[in-house]
Design a protein around this ligand. Structure first.
Ligand SMILES: *[C@@H]1O[C@H](CO)[C@@H](O)[C@H](O)[C@H]1NC(C)=O
Ligand SMILES: *[C@@H]1O[C@H](CO)[C@@H](O)[C@H](O)[C@H]1NC(C)=O
Ligand SMILES: *[C@@H]1O[C@H](CO)[C@@H](O)[C@H](O)[C@H]1NC(C)=O
Ligand SMILES: *[C@@H]1O[C@H](CO)[C@@H](O)[C@H](O)[C@H]1NC(C)=O
Length: 447
């Protein structure tokens, strides 16, 4: 019994050894005769299919080289709040399976076959930034060539995390990273390579992506660092995907209307200060601007503080300030026309200095309006206040220090003149601030 057992054992050993030897020398050729007449015989592939659970290598010390390429076919969504980029890409993986090979001469020059991927070993390449499980569809096939080269393409919807910076919205560019790596195999078992040059990937992707959408693909670049997790080292390939927003929609819907409102607000300073329409006009504009902001709020990114929000806030503040200015001037005029307080000496001298013809002072703007026909009967009401300014100031009065020698009319004239001067001065300040705001914003956007 015992001898028989050992004899059988020896026989088995011999058989395995001879099989192994055969395997090493004469390969794993698939007998493909008849493929061209009766189709592929599944029996011929049985050994390959049985091995699909293991990495297909003859010597386990040799890492499998997997070459990667992809085509970015769409940028579906950029979510600034969650900092996610959702894109769609076709991933191409190629590797060698040394157990597959046949002689094309024997079988009517069949060089390439498709095999369903569930019968093959597949490398577990994933995108490190991906924040979603891989919903690759079932039942894909891969191309297998007669020398064991396998080409596997799969569509992927990738939701990847990306540091999005919306400060420059709507003129922003984003730079997202796709890091391809193996989930499981360390560098001893799997190496990654490029199937195509990166400029080829970028060019193909740009052609496809440029046809649609809000985002434009600027370029794809490559970097290749190793990733170490604990003591293991994983091979990985990193791509930088640079995308740019197409700003036209935002310029038309946000910047143009806002600019119009601000320009009208600036122009409303040309309504005479005595006119009762100026303040209501500005209030209407302010209301209009608020409604505009409310409606356009959904076009703005939800998170962060883009420059454009700051710009809108500044525009709104400018409008409020201009309304306050109008209230202030109206108050001054009212004061001047009802009970003008005594005028400090320095203010009087300043006014005189400014009204002298050679000096360029804010009042210059209203000088041509000056009319001497003023009568005191006009004065108490604001209904019909007129240009009251300074020609009837005479040098004799100019010498007077303080208002002791002035009539009420003269005092009123002085105050009205002062109001107009203030109005012009504040208007220039407003313009200066507006211009500097706009220039700053434009410079920032262009940087
Ligand atoms: C291949 O298989 C056919 C039958 O399907 C057989 O006749 C032929 O001898 C086989 N060739 C080899 C090299 O094993
Ligand atoms: C397997 O590969 C390693 C490294 O290339 C080599 O040292 C070793 O001899 C190989 N083993 C066989 C059985 O060929
Ligand atoms: C991968 O690419 C390298 C060159 O980049 C090449 O030498 C190698 O044969 C390729 N491997 C496969 C499986 O395509
Ligand atoms: C994207 O960012 C990386 C560093 O994070 C940088 O090396 C690369 O040049 C950037 N790409 C572009 C197009 O800005």
């Amino acid at each position: 019994m015992e001898g028989g057992w050992s004899g059988r054992g020896g026989f088995l050993l011999c058989l395995t050894a001879s099989l192994l030897l055969q395997g090493r020398t004469n390969t794993f050729t698939i007998n493909c005769s008849g493929f061209d007449q009766h189709g592929v015989d599944p029996v011929a592939f049985r050994t390959v299919f049985k091995q699909k659970d293991f990495r297909p290598v003859i010597n386990y010390s040799i890492p499998t080289q997997v070459n990667i390429s992809f085509t970015l076919s769409a940028i579906l969504e950029v979510d600034a709040q969650l900092q996610l980029l959702t894109s769609f890409l076709w991933l191409d993986l190629t590797w060698n399976n040394p157990f597959i090979s046949w002689d094309p001469e024997e079988c009517g020059h069949i060089n390439k076959l498709t095999v369903t991927t569930e019968n093959l070993w597949l490398p577990d390449i994933f995108i490190v930034e991906s924040m979603d499980v891989d919903h690759t569809m079932e039942g894909l096939s891969a191309y297998v060539t007669s020398d064991g080269h396998i080409v596997h393409s799969k569509p992927m919807r990738v939701t990847s995390i990306c540091r999005l910076d919306i400060f420059y919205f709507p003129f922003d560019q984003q730079n997202c990273t796709f890091t391809f790596s193996s989930f499981l195999y360390t560098v001893e078992n799997m190496l990654l390579g490029m199937e195509k040059e990166v400029w080829e990937i970028a060019a193909t992707s740009r052609d496809i992506v440029s046809t649609q959408g809000q985002w434009e693909l600027l370029g794809i670049n490559k970097a290749k660092p190793n990733m170490s997790v604990g003591s293991s080292l994983f091979d990985q390939i990193m791509f930088y995907v640079a995308i740019r927003r197409r700003p036209r929609r935002y310029v038309i819907n946000l910047l143009v209307p806002s600019s119009f409102l601000v320009v009208i607000d600036a122009l409303s300073f040309f309504l005479p200060a005595e006119s009762e329409n100026r303040a209501p006009f500005k209030i209407t504009l302010l209301l209009g601007y608020n409604v505009f902001l409310l409606m356009m709020n959904k076009l703005l990114p939800v998170s962060g503080t883009p420059l454009i929000s700051v710009y809108f806030a500044l525009c709104l503040s400018l409008m409020v300030v201009s309304l306050l200015e109008t209230i202030f001037i109206t108050y001054l005029l009212h004061l001047a026309n009802t009970q003008p307080p005594s005028m400090p000496g320095w203010l009087h001298s300043l006014l005189l200095y400014c009204t002298s013809p050679k000096i360029f002072c804010p009042t210059a703007f209203w000088k041509e309006n000056v009319g001497p026909e003023l009568t005191p009967t006009h004065l108490p009401g604001l209904t019909e206040p007129r240009e009251l300014v300074g020609k009837n100031l005479e040098p004799r009065e100019a010498d007077l220090n303080g208002d002791s020698g002035m009539t009420k009319t003269q005092l009123t004239n002085l105050w009205v003149q002062f109001s107009h001067m203030m109005d012009t001065f504040l208007f220039r300040l407003y313009l200066l601030f507006l211009a500097s705001t706009i220039i700053t914003v434009i410079v920032l956007w262009n940087s």
